[in-house]
Design a protein around this ligand. Sequence first.
Ligand code: ADP
Ligand code: ZN
Ligand code: ZN
Length: 748
Amino acid sequence: MSAPKRILKVAVPCPLFQSFDYLLPATAGNHIIEDRPIEPGSRVRVSFGRQKLIGIILEECVDSEYAPNKLKPVSEILDQRSLLPSELLDLLQWAARYYVHPLGDVLQTALPVYLRNNDDATPALNEIWRLMPVEGSIDKHDTDIEQILKRAPKQKQIYQLLTEAGETGLDADAFNALTDNWRTSLKSLIEKGLVVKTDKPAVLDSQTDAQGDITLTDEQFQVVDAIKPLFEQHGVHVLNGITGSGKTEVYLSLCEIALARGKQVLVLVPEIGLTPQLTQRFQQRLHTTIAVLHSGMNDRQRYAAWHAAAHRQAKLVIGTRSSVFTPLPDLGFIIIDEEHDGSYKQQDGFRYNARDLAILRARNKDIPIMLGSATPSLETLNNINERRYNAYYLRERANKKPLPRIELINMCSQKLHEGMAETLLDRIRSHIQQQGQVLLFINRRGFAPLLMCHDCGWTTSCHRCDAHMTYHKKRHQLHCHHCGSQRPAPDQCEDCGSSEVLAIGAGTERIEHFLQDYFPGTQVSRIDRDTTRNKGSLEDKLSKAHSGESGILVGTQMLAKGHDFPNLTLVAILDTDQALFSADFRAAEHLAQLITQVSGRAGRAEKAGEVLIQTHHPEHPLLQTLLHKGYAAFAEVALQERRAAGLPPARHLALLRCESVETDAAQTFLEQAMTLANSVDTSQLDIYGPLPAPMERRAGRYRYQVMLQSDQRSLLNQFLNWWAPQLQQLSGARKARWSIDVDPYDTF
Ligand code: ADP
Ligand code: ZN
Ligand code: ZN
């Protein structure tokens, strides 16, 4: 009798929900297999249709639903050892079912991109180049350099760039961004002994000598003391602390405890903008090795950091959303900073929520997790109410300064200047006169949200979306912020030819211009995606804001969190009314979080702060509750409203979204999906649709959706896992693009 067949179950990156069986031949690629067991979590190359793809081995077994002669052999085993520990492999398989997403794509999303493009899983070194130190310092090169490089202008240019880079040096990406054809000249400089090459470490070391220890306040101490004995077991601990109350100090103390026990720690943060400041605080306080992971890094750097965490070289990982999938063999504690933040939810492809997966990971590992926020999400508050999570409070600012006073400015019948009431402008003036700094917050980039013809009313609408195109004055262009389309701005109406084309409404660019004229002598700095696109420009603007050099800051939500501006005395929110009347069910929650977070920016240091909110509806109950009773009271009311409306977290929600280029294709597909759903018992679910999405046309596609609600998550999940694989078979699926969104962040 021949030996039993060895069969591998493989997750292949494709849009199908199942895994695929392959035979394990005696040799696979370069490897002789013999009797060695195959480790789940290693990569294999397989033929799939006419393609060769890299898949992940889920398990080895001896049985298949298919006859052995129908199975193809794997072409190559790429990894001798598993890349994903079983803990992560389990988490990802669970996530694929929970979010009803194809497993191969889930694994693909979780693995570093580097591993998709490189067979060899040994991390490549991150090379950097620096000027050769002279007597221990790179400043000491003298003037005969001029002589040496006289006839080599390219080398001279590179030498210059490296001089500017100083001790940090430059890596290949930096060179590519600055110049081209640099490699040959760089090599000559190395040969001349002027430049050295070194390896950039994937892991940061601590800088603990930089700062002395901090003594915890009583409140901080009590939280740390309460959680300290709970490190042996799973628990979700919510740190609900007002802005400036010192949540980060609590994180640091708890990290110290975990690290002292030999554990690894995972810290998730919402945005890359926050990472440098926060990373520095961790480096200064903790005696440990830190790996940072965010989307600003290239594939090689990210993989090096990921690898360092997987091999215990980094004890602490700080990263954005996808870092939740970092292998950490000794993981003992997880922190989710700003847990309410929407960026934890991936909005396309595998639509996971990193906060929720982190909680599950902590539960599976039986370790504690902390969720921190000044404005916890309604989901989290609901879990506290139902005693699934523990709550801890920091009610005072660490510096004992009071929170700033919040005041509403009634815009009704006031004279407005580019959307700003005269009373607001007066207050800005008085703050500037007293050497205070002002932050104006408006969630709209560009000069004006649209252009309109004064003669016939024609507007600049996007040809591909149900939306207007924003006017950007500096480049004299129209941009659609929904699909990215751009075109030159018209000087005449495209309908009637009139040259009276008006810019309607105001965005950050227009407000910046206006204020610069209105307050000559005060430096106005605009901080939004348009002004911070170039490398280093955000850092530059932030440092000028920090030093007080910029008197007025005009910014979008980029500025809402994480930044400490010591001179800031006035914060104003210009556009609240839009959110008060939005169709989005989370709009009120987001507005309340924004007001509370932005307010926390003012009056952090010596000078007392003030917050002004412009609105045409000062009597609105949301604003009244928030101002007079605070965020917690607001959240209680909002939770009751969600309960009454049957919305999360009271009930569980999923969307089947569909879009198509042809007018009816999306709708047709969803009608077929409804027919399929109605063929089984769905009495425990509420299914509505197909309905047009709030923005029916976007990027040239028609968008429809079906909404599913249930009191029981498991029923909804069971139904979706039955439904999804069959949706793929529907005839309408070929002409439309569809996706399932479990726990959607919005319904747009
Ligand atoms: P949060 O994250 O809650 O907004 P931070 O942790 O950033 O607050 O702390 C706000 C400020 O207070 C920081 O400048 C921090 O260094 C300082 N701070 C926090 N805790 C203490 C403490 N126990 N003693 C002195 N300063 C503290
Ligand atoms: Zn016109
Ligand atoms: Zn568009």
